[in-house]
Design a protein around this ligand. Structure first.
Ligand code: SF4
Ligand code: SF4
Length: 279
């Protein structure tokens, strides 16, 4: 079972939900795909297993061979390579490393240069439980390659929790590929609802089954519940806001270890989302 945990924006409790759900499992793997700001490791506190670098290629033009035909620019879907009459400008950050420009270059003027774009850290909690998180290098703007690496390395895991990047960017799309179910974490406030709607739209486009966990229930109003009912979206749980939980979070503690009620809520979510209950 591969479960993605998403939110329309940062700060809704997505990581809290991910790490606490993971904490009550006997075995499984968690990946933190929020590569710009991974923080699941702050709560899970495992021991180091490995750290590896992730690379990305970008084109380099040999001007001795280039005749400025413009083919590379015409075929790049990401505007990452722009030929002019006298030079070919490459925007490394926009390049998706698809290799198309090399294929269409008639003179063989394009080759690729590799650079490190981030690291993947693997930590172990027990023999049966580990987690990986990707960390994007400073200055890099896209974590997609890192996320693809995290997904590839956990492709065969039976139980996988994916802490997704906030919002509905390319990174989120990469993080939710091949998942069995998605949990949207949302707050019952007007902003919370409008951000959640974008995630709902994305999940429907990708044809992924999902339900919603309302975090900090008790604040805001009932609009979110009306919306879920109207759209026939399963409400998986309501997690009331308490000062004690906020304090545990700010001290980087797993709430399930201290709060029995919270622990029960996590167990209920696991029960609902695992297997036939959402089929
Ligand atoms: S396709 Fe090749 S030859 Fe044509 S402009 Fe690009 S790099 Fe130069
Ligand atoms: S590798 Fe792909 S994305 Fe990058 S510049 Fe070439 S065509 Fe564009």
């Amino acid at each position: 079972m591969k479960i993605a945990i998403l939110s329309g924006k940062g700060g809704t409790g997505k990581t809290t939900l991910s790490v606490n759900l993971f904490s009550i499992l006997n075995k499984g793997v968690l990946i933190d795909t929020d590569t710009e700001e991974p923080n699941s490791h702050i709560f899970l506190k495992g021991t180091n297993v490995s750290t590896s670098e992730v690379y990305k290629n970008h084109p380099v033009v040999n001007y001795e061979k280039c005749d400025f035909c413009g083919n590379c620019g015409d075929h790049c879907n990401f505007n990452a390579i722009i030929p002019t009459k006298t030079k070919v400008i490459v925007f490394e950050d926009l390049c998706h490393d698809c290799g198309f420009c090399e294929i269409v270059c008639p003179t063989g003027a394009i080759s690729y240069k590799q650079k490190v774009i981030g690291t993947i850290h693997t930590k172990e909690i027990t023999k049966n439980k580990k987690y990986h998180y990707g960390k994007l290098s400073i200055g890099e703007i896209s974590g997609v390659r890192l996320i693809e690496s995290l997904k590839e390395m956990t492709d065969n895991e039976e139980t996988l929790i994916i802490d997704c990047p906030p919002g509905v960017s390319c990174s989120t799309v990469a993080a939710i590929s091949n998942v069995d179910y998605a949990i949207v974490c949302a707050e019952p406030t007007p902003f919370g609802i409008s951000d959640m709607k974008m995630v709902v739209e994305l999940l429907r486009e990708e044809d992924i089954k999902f339900g919603v966990v309302v975090n900090k229930s008790g604040i805001g109003n009932d609009d979110i519940y009306d919306y879920l009912k109207q759209e026939e979206i399963p409400l998986l749980a309501k997690i009331p806001f308490t000062k004690e939980r906020a304090l545990l979070y700010s001290n980087s503690k797993l709430i399930t270890k201290y709060d029995l009620k919270f622990n029960e809520i996590m167990k209920d979510i696991v029960k609902i989302t695992s297997g036939e209950n959402h089929g």
